[in-house]
Design a protein around this ligand. Structure first.
Ligand code: UDX
Length: 440
């Protein structure tokens, strides 16, 4: 049984630790947040992630998963230490590495035998070398260690599935033997394993996220053009996706990307590039398009409602995407702020993200369900494509609203059906807005 410490019990750390325990390893998850560790010891998972709580409890019961706040307790017993702490955005868009640095120092102080340090946090290219320097300058005994970069590609909401069925496992190290030992942990997953150098592995993570963000901004730019020219971006994306070189995934136009990774990683890569004399104009445009999409929703509402002052707007969905309670960089949060600033009363409903949203939007009026949300609204705006929003009784909603206006920021409704029900409907990049077929 391999012994593993995972430092950081956030999305990545907790899922990694729990899944590694599920694969038969003995795992200690370490976090400096005592409250979080206390909850986890009681079998309570502090984040919403489908299937995670059950898996945590099962592995605790089987004696494979433990939680601690103590480096002394965890590290000396381990063969591998995974670093999965947060790398938040710094003042200039750079990744802030203070938690990675703190973790490295703490590991160095207590390590007393050879150790493989695996970095899962998304870190600027070159951080692996920096971690090695920190360990070297803080270790108290002369024991060998190796640093391996192992970027994580899991998505919130399907994190367990993604961890257990990865498209690939990327490992980077200056020492092929250390990388091969980490590869053994992943063998049961039967995924392609790419072994490369430290910096290349770190770059694979940034380049992958930046590419996916670029796809979204690309289709969102096409959406804006579609809207002006009377084409429907949803059908355009389907038509494009059949080309095998393009594919159907990640071509949903809407209000743009949010979450803890894409905005942060694109900005960090831009910062890194500029710092080293490059001119990352595509990456800058990706962020600019993403920001414009949120403003576009406000402009649509202003036009449809003839100004926003004294209107009531209901937001359907507050999380940055479905199946999560995460509101970090969520389009809904920025849109709510902008509406509030322009004098609108803002109501909101989300199946799980409401408590988090209320913390940052104290003036938000929360609703019990989508129908309660619709009562007295001048417009409804779809900002998260939760499944439960896809088949609402819009005839009923029509009777509850003050004005029948729907801005569909995720293109989940049929423009023609909405128009037939008497709604003024606007999607994102759906140029004909339901009128095309009626004109024919
Ligand atoms: C992402 C990466 O997918 C994952 O590999 C990485 O490890 C972390 O960042 P995540 O942030 O959980 O994962 O969410 P993801 O499902 O990728 O969606 C990101 C954002 O893009 C969401 O706001 C989503 O609404 C938006 N998106 C996604 C679109 O607007 N259109 C699409 O077609 C796909």
């Amino acid at each position: 049984m391999r012994r593993i410490t995972v430092i950081g019990a956030g999305y990545v750390g907790l899922v990694t630790g729990t899944c590694l325990a599920d694969l038969g390893n003995r795992v200690i998850c370490l976090d400096i947040d005592e409250h979080k560790i206390k909850m986890l010891r009681e079998g309570q998972v502090p984040i919403y992630e489908p299937g995670l709580e059950e898996m945590v409890r099962r592995n605790m019961k089987a004696g494979r998963l433990f939680f601690t706040t103590s480096y002394e307790e965890a590290v000396p017993e381990s063969d591998f230490v995974f670093i999965a702490v947060g790398t938040p955005e710094g003042v200039d868009g750079e990744a802030d590495l203070k938690y990675v640095g703190m973790a490295a120092e703490s590991i160095a102080r207590v390590m007393d035998r050879s150790l493989i340090i695996v970095n899962k946090s998304t870190v600027p290219v070159g951080t692996g070398d920096w971690v090695a320097d920190i360990i070297n300058s803080h270790k108290t005994t002369d024991v060998p260690f190796w640093v391996v970069s192992n970027p994580e590609f899991l998505r919130e909401g399907s994190a367990i599935q993604d961890f257990l069925n990865p498209d690939r496992v990327v490992l980077g190290s200056l020492d092929q033997e250390a990388a091969a030992k980490v590869a053994e942990l992943y063998l049961p997953l039967r995924a392609p394993i790419i072994i490369t150098d430290l910096r290349t592995a770190e770059m694979i993570k940034y380049a992958s996220n930046a590419f996916l963000a670029t796809r979204i901004s690309f289709i969102n730019e096409i959406a804006s053009i579609c809207e002006k020219l009377g084409a429907d971006v949803k059908e355009v994306a389907v038509g494009m996706g059949y080309d095998k070189r393009i594919g159907h995934h990640f071509l949903d136009a809407g209000v743009g990307f949010g979450g803890s990774c894409f905005p942060k990683d694109v900005k960090a890569l831009t910062h890194m590039a500029a710092l080293h004399g490059c001119h990352p104009q595509l990456l800058r445009a990706v962020m600019e398009i993403n920001r414009d999409k949120r403003l576009e929703v406000i402009q649509k509402l202003r036009d449809l409602l003839d100004g926003l002052r004294d209107t009531t707007v209901g937001l359907l969905g507050l999380a940055f995407k479905p199946n999560t309670d995460d509101i970090r960089e969520a389009p809904a949060i920025e849109i709510a702020h902008l509406l509030h600033l322009e004098g609108a009363t803002v109501k909101g409903y989300d199946p799980v993200a409401m408590p988090n949203a209320c913390r940052v939007l104290p003036w938000l009026i929360t609703a019990e369900d989508p129908y309660d949300l619709a009562v007295g609204c001048d417009a409804l705006v779809v900002l998260t494509e939760w499944n439960e929003f896809k088949h609402l009784d819009f005839a009923r909603i029509h009777t509850l609203m003050r004005r029948p206006v729907v801005v569909d920021g995720r293109n989940i409704y049929d423009p023609e059906q909405m128009a037939n029900l008497g709604f003024v409907y606007r999607g994102m990049g759906r140029g004909y807005n339901g009128a095309r077929r009626r004109e024919e």
